[in-house]
Design a protein around this ligand. Structure first.
Ligand code: ADP
Ligand code: MG
Length: 240
């Protein structure tokens, strides 16, 4: 479904992606791990066209991701994104936050968007918070609203950029549970995370990014327990 072929990306003189290739099949969960600054967020941002790339190609269902093409908004609706900071609209209720995209981007009737939003909020365990405002919720609850908001667009895949990194430790589990459920339902996911337990349990594949290159990738269990590259070994020793 997602096909990244040797992409390069520079910011000014600094090349931050140096030929990254990655394919993600429908229903697959791929975790991207690696030290800060290795290019993980930039890879995700290139996949859904928030950032351009200089060389190589990215296709989603055989359609080229090209930030200047007129399809780009349509492509963006196919790939949801969940950020470390939830970016909810503070002056809108939880349910309004979830309805916004379907109404304004997909022209869904308000009633349909509302009914879908309620169902999604129930799914992420927030059926009793639909009329609350974001600041009345914990970080973990806000992140679950952000996941419901991404799902409301009926994306074909969701990209997660360190979705639990900003959360207090006791709130991480509920968010990971929602993500695990999504994975089990067959959602295609690319997840940047430092939660190695989640990666080991849920990911079909783990890729270790270092200095703008994928230095090692493989099935989650093998990569996390018997990494073959010295850089991967060193990184895992620090985070585990
Ligand atoms: P990670 O998510 O793995 O921490 P990023 O993809 O955010 O890494 O960043 C990779 C590198 O690119 C870093 O050196 C970062 O400073 C740089 N970078 C990211 N975004 C920008 C930007 N908009 N302008 C300049 N440099 C950037
Ligand atoms: Mg990042």
């Amino acid at each position: 479904m997602i096909n990244i072929n040797a992409i390069h990306k520079s910011f000014g003189d600094v090349e931050v992606l140096k030929g990254v290739s990655l394919t993600v099949a429908k229903g697959e969960v791929v975790c991207l791990i690696g030290p800060s600054g290795s290019g993980k967020s930039t890879v995700l941002r290139c996949i859904n066209g928030l950032e351009s790339y200089d060389q190589g190609s990215i296709t989603i269902n055989d359609r080229q991701v090209d930030v200047v093409s007129k399809d780009i908004n349509d492509l963006r609706t196919q790939v949801g994104m969940v950020f470390q900071r939830f970016n909810l609209f503070p002056h809108r209720t939880v349910v309004e936050n979830v309805m916004e995209g379907p109404i304004f981007v997909k022209n869904e009737p308000r009633e349909t968007a509302h009914a879908n939003a309620i169902a999604l909020l129930e799914k992420v365990g927030l059926g009793d918070k639909v009329e609350a405002y974001p600041q009345q919720l914990s970080g973990g609850q806000q992140q679950r609203v952000a996941i419901a908001r991404a799902l409301a667009m009926q994306p074909e895949a969701i990209l997660f950029d360190e979705p639990t990194s900003a959360l207090d430790p006791e709130l991480v589990g509920d968010v990971l549970t929602v993500m695990r459920d999504l994975a089990n339902e067959g959602m295609t996911m690319v997840v940047v995370t430092h939660e190695m337990g989640f990666a080991k349990e849920v990911a079909d594949r783990v890729c270790f990014l270092y200095g703008g290159q994928i230095v090692e990738s493989g099935d989650a269990h093998t990569l996390l327990t018997q990494p073959s590259h010295e850089r991967t070994q060193d990184f895992l020793r620090r985070v585990l």
